[in-house]
Design a protein around this ligand. Sequence first.
Ligand code: MG
Length: 251
Amino acid sequence: MKIQILTFLLLFVAVTVVAQEDEPMRMRPQMTEIWNPEISVITPGETPADAPSDAIVLFNGVDLESEWTSGDGSKPTWLVENGCVTTFRGAGAIKTKRVFEDFQLHIEWRTPSEIVGESQGRGNSGVFLQGIYEVQVLDNYNNRTYRNGQAGSIYKQHPPLVNVCKAPGVWQTYDIIYTAPRFNDDDTYFTPPTVTVLHNGVLVQNNSKLRGPTEYIGIPEYSVKKHGPGGIMLQDHSNPVSFRNIWIREL
Ligand code: MG
């Protein structure tokens, strides 16, 4: 009888210990809810193309000089009329006065309705992120060129996933999400720049990793140099390409 009582007591103690050990493992829904800090409230644009309340408007269709300069720092000479800005042969690139690291950029562009040239010579411009990484702007509506150089490409590095170009003379959109590189002490990338691009609302670059700055001739890796924040630069490639409704959100 004593043995039975002892066995019962030992079993009772064992069950109690196990039950106590299990207690901390019993999760409740509230234990994985994070309430603070509260998420910032912003006001969205009327449509996804319109700037939300926390965006910096880089071009509103009228005023170019407040946010942009020519490459040499002088006033930009690009033509501002009818709510857009247009480059012309010899105008040179323009760049933002502000500089950026990680961002979300919205920009609308239009290639000339009058078709002139072919391949890279038709409606060529470009959106340079931090001034050195080009998202190609090109009229690829019924216009073949090399796949890693067409509209929506990271020029000479990543072709777009699809060709979603609209016809010449029709406004198109880029929504670009960019993460700047982080560097090692020897000036190589610790993490490379990454770019996501939606062209006319369609994903054409999916978190693509850049190999280095854009090169027309040569290997991108060879020109990697440590750099800080950089501006947005728009390319003059001698074709009269127009831009409008440009805004950016720093991330
Ligand atoms: Mg270009």
